[in-house]
Ligand binder design. Structure first.
Ligand code: ACM
Length: 496
């Protein structure tokens, strides 16, 4: 009942119940993690699970050999051992005799968690990271800032968290509903808390890619520092609505100093090679009327709307100067034509936009909303979130990030780097809401990202039954049926 299913598995008769773990040279980290998962001691006698580093495997590849007397987990890297540890964790405590040779289909297997729309406690982030590892996801894309909240402490900019992390109330229901809950909401993480989370994730083979959403989705930053915007004399509170705000960053020098300072500090906290700079849903109307923006556009000889790819190019240069690779959202595939080819693109609208970005030379994370936005309702049941279209477990399982024969990127050249799920939290105020949105759809996408295609949905569904028992035991599923405020009952929705 393994999820995701290994690339190759040969089952034999018999089983092994190990009583200890034997850590070969250089395998202490994965061995300790396995000990924590299984409760087995790190000892040298009896039937054991032996971990060994050997050359000859791919970067995340491993083999697992189980005989009645012992189990042997081998890889060339810690990442490979960590992937194997999760397989052993799923098979424990009675390991069936088998041979597994396993490696991922895609190098980027991610999940975005939006902690800006609703702040999530650190304990939940740790739990969530461990559940990602269980499914062999290796990226947590942490959406740290948005119109409705700024969640990371930044030295020298105390109002970002003093003001920007708190909002007076939240909209209930979909964007534009006009209904508010009257309940203040907020929270933020200190850099030390985030560093600890980074270390916790690294022990599990998960790297955290932080996102600072720029130059749109910045109302929280503008509430803290109105001078960063285009209309400093019209102060705006942290946004209490959902949707797309017209308030975006200005294009004056102080703004780029701010961006540089923030991105530098973010890079100090998060050692991942990638740093997400946002770039989505950025209406340029305020730049059409801002004298500073008009002057910059005139100097560059472009229309104010063209400042958007220019702005992202500047952020890319800042991130490159920090020795990191910038990632941005791409909505149409068109921006990709005007951005540095080294920019990694998260393609969130149609898969065709992702294909276009690949054709233009980018590395692309395929995240088409109709298959990977898990804030969308997963059934027609009442109480599901007010987000359409329905994206069922089967829809997710049917999604192929390489559809149309797209190439996999080798990490440097153009192609598909991988895929990721999006857990936007406008309508998910608590960890239980997130758990409901995440599971079991994350299980389906995990298999798409890791396993070679070919096993059908029925086979996945059979394995899922046992896997859900495991998730329940781990506390990964909501304790009781979750309802989403502002959900439109289906009967009402379909009435004329
Ligand atoms: C997005 O959904 N605005 C990336």
């Amino acid at each position: 009942m393994l999820i995701p299913f290994p690339a190759r598995l040969t089952r034999r008769a018999g089983s092994c119940v190990p009583t200890g773990i034997l850590a070969g040279p250089g395998t202490r980290g994965p061995a300790r993690l396995l000990a924590a998962y299984t409760g087995l001691p790190l000892v040298h006698n009896g039937p054991s699970i032996r971990l060994a580093l050997r050359p000859g495997f791919g970067p995340e590849e491993y083999t697992l050999e189980v005989t009645p007397g012992h189990a042997l987990l081998t890889a060339s890297t810690e990442a490979g051992l960590l992937a194997g540890v999760q397989t052993v964790r799923q098979l424990s405590p009675r390991l069936p005799c088998l041979t597994i040779r396993d490696a991922p289909r895609l190098p980027w297997r991610g999940v975005l968690l939006d902690v800006a729309r609703h702040f999530m406690p650190l304990e939940f982030l740790r739990e969530f990271v461990d559940l990602l590892a269980l499914h062999k996801y290796n990226v947590l894309h942490l959406h740290l800032t948005d119109d409705q909240g700024w969640r990371i402490e930044i030295d020298g900019w105390p109002r970002l968290t003093g003001i920007g992390a708190w909002r007076a109330e939240s909209m209930v229901g979909p964007a534009g509903s006009g209904v508010f809950d009257g309940v203040p909401h907020g929270g933020f993480y200190t850099r030390r808390e985030l560093r600890d989370l980074v270390a916790f994730a690294a022990e599990r083979g998960v790297r955290i890619v932080p996102e600072i959403d720029l130059p749109g989705h910045v109302r929280a930053a503008l509430a803290a520092y109105p001078s960063l915007g285009n209309r400093p004399s019209v102060p705006q509170p942290v946004w209490t609505e959902w949707g797309i705000s017209p308030d975006i960053l200005g294009v004056h020098d102080g703004v780029f100093a701010f961006c540089r300072d923030v991105l530098t500090q973010v890079a100090e906290v998060f050692p991942a090679p990638y740093l997400h700079i946002g770039g989505d849903e950025c209406p340029t109307t305020q730049w059409e009327t801002s004298t500073a923006a008009q002057a910059t556009a005139a100097r560059l000889g472009v229309a104010p709307a063209e400042l958007h790819p220019w702005f992202l190019g500047r952020l890319h240069d800042i991130v490159a100067g920090l020795g990191r690779q910038a990632v941005c959202w791409d909505e149409t595939g068109h921006a990709a034509g005007r951005l540095p080819a080294e920019l990694v693109v998260t393609a969130w609208r149609d898969a065709a936009h992702g294909a276009l970005a690949v054709a233009r030379g980018h590395r692309v994370v395929m995240a088409p909303h109709t298959s990977t936005y898990f804030d969308y309702r997963q059934s027609e049941e009442p109480g599901e979130p007010p987000r359409e279209p329905v994206t069922t477990l089967a829809d997710v399982y049917r999604f192929d990030p390489l559809a149309g024969g797209l190439p996999v990127s080798d990490g440097t050249g153009p192609g598909v780097l991988g895929t990721q799920a999006q857990l936007w939290t406008e309508h998910a105020p608590t960890p239980d809401h997130v758990r409901h949105l995440a599971f079991p759809r994350l299980c389906a996408l995990a298999e798409r990202a890791w396993s070679p295609p070919g096993r059908g949905y029925a086979d996945f569904h059979r394995r899922l039954t046992g896997h859900l028992g495991r998730l329940r035991a781990l506390g990964a599923l909501p304790k009781e049926r979750v309802r989403f405020a502002g959900a439109v009952p289906v009967s009402e929705k379909t009435m004329p």
